[in-house]
Write a protein that binds this ligand. Structure first.
Ligand code: NAD
Length: 402
């Protein structure tokens, strides 16, 4: 029987699994993930800020696996040998495949900036998001002991989608933090240091200003146009003046790194032709040199014919890639021609806190409460389609009317 191996139970991998399990064709699937759970990567900022418990953004992979068709292995993938068609796991186990789907997701990217790995907190998976939250709580307690105001300060590095969403959740979580520290919420200082001056460039200025204005009104202190040059313990060193290159320092006991991500290091370690962990795939999502290897989600780069640039890495695209990869594997099993990946964005919406959001739906701008509603609906749809009714009911966002 043909063997399909899926690496990663993120949005891309799980969608592939779900679709393949519907097929009547005779093949066996092995799914590998380092965790026993899937997590909603788009909601990590809420766990980091403490506005949602980790249980709300995770569900058991076992709930999606159909044992009659699929074997799940909890293990870390170390390397892929595409010539021998083998996958090496940290446990020492070696898997062989006829078809491989690589959906190993993203990791934090330091861009080689000194001190990032050592002194900034990353927020790329459930464990690191929980660690951010535990760290902030500990800093609040340290404030009680020392009365040093730096313990009340939080710096978010980077104001991309992730940074903006994290800032919104941190504002929302301020009250609980202030209670631990025994201060009023306004004493919790939140800063954002960002290299560019025009935030959220994917949105028009009016829409981007909406986010900035709200966050400013909620007390966020911006350092825009200030590229970060180094992180030292409790200090962000940024370039204050582009001409003189003069640097300045901003102190805080919590420094969170959200300046961008790269695809899994396994891609480079396995000799894929990649840039920042992303492989430029053929139009049917296969590795250009290996027609039985699909590369999808954040480890994949696929050209958008319209913009002539690779699509951004989003959950929405990862899900669509999973659907196309599963269709193409079935085509190949039947000896048929594969299909080209096409993607029509349903829009992108960034939340700022639980009740505000902004974004594009189709070609229309949405903001405020309606955008927040849409964002929750998008999240519920994804939960329903990948996790199923049980997960959608348990973890869905139905707190829409406050
Ligand atoms: P990003 O690359 O989109 O944003 C990173 C930000 O950090 C940029 O504004 C950049 O200018 C800034 N930056 C980079 N280096 C810096 C430095 N040295 N000093 C200061 N600032 C620096 O990364 P992201 O926000 O993690 O998003 C990654 C991907 O995930 C994107 O494609 C994004 O669209 C997607 N995403 C989507 C959603 C959503 O749809 N709601 C949410 C989160 C992420």
């Amino acid at each position: 029987m043909k063997e399909v191996v899926i690496l990663g139970a993120g949005y891309a991998g799980l969608r592939t699994l779900k679709e393949l399990q519907k097929s009547k064709e005779a093949f066996h699937i092995t799914l590998v993930d380092q965790n026993t759970y899937h997590f909603e990567a788009t909601d990590l900022h809420e766990v980091a800020a403490g506005t949602q418990p980790k249980e709300k953004i995770t569900y058991n992979i076992a709930d999606v696996v159909k044992p009659e068709k699929t074997t799940f292995i909890q293990a870390k993938v170390v390397k892929i040998d595409r010539e021998k068609e083998e996958v090496f796991l940290e446990s020492g186990q070696v898997l062989t495949y006829d078809y491989l789907v690589v959906g190993l997701g993203f990791q934090s990217e330091s861009f080689g900036i000194p001190g990032v790995t050592e002194y900034a907190l990353e927020m790329v998976d459930v464990d690191s998001a929980v660690k951010v939250n535990e760290h902030i709580h500990e800093m609040m307690r340290q404030y009680v002991a020392t009365k040093d105001e730096n313990f009340l300060k939080i710096i978010v590095c980077g104001a991309g989608f992730t940074g903006i969403e994290l800032l919104g959740s941190l504002v929302e979580g301020k009250k609980a933090l202030a209670d631990i520290a025994g201060v009023t919420p306004d004493k919790i200082q939140i800063y954002c240091v960002e290299a560019v001056t025009r935030l959220l460039p994917m949105f028009d200025e009016k829409l981007a200003d909406y986010a900035v204005k709200h966050l400013t009104d909620w007390g966020i202190q911006w350092y825009t146009g200030k590229p970060i040059k180094e992180i030292k313990p409790g200090v962000v060193v940024y370039q204050d003046d582009a001409e003189t290159k003069e640097t300045k320092e901003l102190e805080a006991k919590t420094i969170i790194w959200t300046t961008g991500v790269s695809g899994s290091h396994v891609m480079g370690d396995s000799g894929f032709s990649e840039r920042r962990g992303r492989v430029m795939v053929s139009e049917d999502l296969t590795d250009p040199d290996h027609k039985n290897v699909y590369v999808i989600g954040d480890v994949s780069a696929v050209m958008d014919a319209e913009s002539q640039r690779p699509y951004p890495t989003t959950a929405q695209i990862a899900l669509k890639m999973g659907t196309t990869a599963s269709k193409n594997i079935i085509h190949q099993l039947k000896g048929e021609k594969t299909e080209a990946f096409t993607f029509k964005s349903q829009g992108s919406v960034a939340s700022i806190g639980n009740t505000h959001a902004l974004g594009l739906v189709g070609k229309s701008s949405v903001k405020g409460y309606p955008a927040s509603f849409i964002k929750k609906m998008i999240m519920n749809k994804s939960l329903l389609e990948t996790g199923g009714v049980k997960e959608a009911l348990a973890k869905g966002r139905f707190d829409l009317y406050h």
